[in-house]
Design a protein around this ligand. Sequence first.
Ligand SMILES: CC(C)(COP(=O)(O)OP(=O)(O)OC[C@H]1O[C@@H](n2cnc3c(N)ncnc32)[C@H](O)[C@@H]1OP(=O)(O)O)[C@@H](O)C(=O)NCCC(=O)NCCS
Length: 203
Amino acid sequence: MRLSRSEVRTVRPDDAPAIAAALNDRCVWRNVRDRVPHPYSLADAEQFLQFACSRDPPYHFAIVVDGQAAGMVGLEPQGDVYRRSAELGFWLYRRHWRRGIASEAVAAVIDHGFAAHPGLHRIFAHCFAWNEGSQALLRKLGFVQDGRLRQAAFKDGELVDELAFSLLRPEWEARTAASPGSGSSDSQAGGLVSGRADGQAER
Ligand SMILES: CC(C)(COP(=O)(O)OP(=O)(O)OC[C@H]1O[C@@H](n2cnc3c(N)ncnc32)[C@H](O)[C@@H]1OP(=O)(O)O)[C@@H](O)C(=O)NCCC(=O)NCCS
């Protein structure tokens, strides 16, 4: 998907050096889960990309800026009674922050997810209470705060509240109808989640 400030495509094994350089940043690490190690090495990136590239359908997308993978958006399908939901995650190389790159890329992945997968009803994201950038981005894209999970996470040596946000399909449809062409819904990026309207997992 070509956007005005970036390109969004599925991740590739050869993204490893660029991903390692961009993700080896304490400011990013402080806002993501501890499964992302810090420092973040080339071997960490290679291992992650081996996993991400083996997913079928793929659900990790690279945000490509000036020809280099500079961030990622993930839309991870959930299982069991949550099978009509997908968890959104995202990060961007700090040198590109505050230029609208992440919000445009995340919006495109959301558009793609809802458009390509009729069974998907809810996209949610959790962020730490101190993460004002992420909250601003989610609100800008129409996400509603569902609640506050008090001291739910232990990050960087601190207990921290987590804020839960979600966007439901009817809310996304209303936004899309109000601003047609606001995002891309082509399927160049590949599949994300179950497309079955009955919500049963396809895999
Ligand atoms: C969150 C993150 C992806 C935002 O990237 P970005 O490219 O700066 O985002 P955008 O430029 O698209 O900004 C989106 C909105 O958030 C606002 N925003 C961004 N950073 C902000 C901050 N630190 N404080 C307040 N608002 C902020 C922008 O002003 C913009 O709103 P506006 O259009 O109304 O002005 C980036 O800061 C990041 O990678 N952070 C570390 C990882 C992370 O937090 N991931 C999410 C975990 S839930």
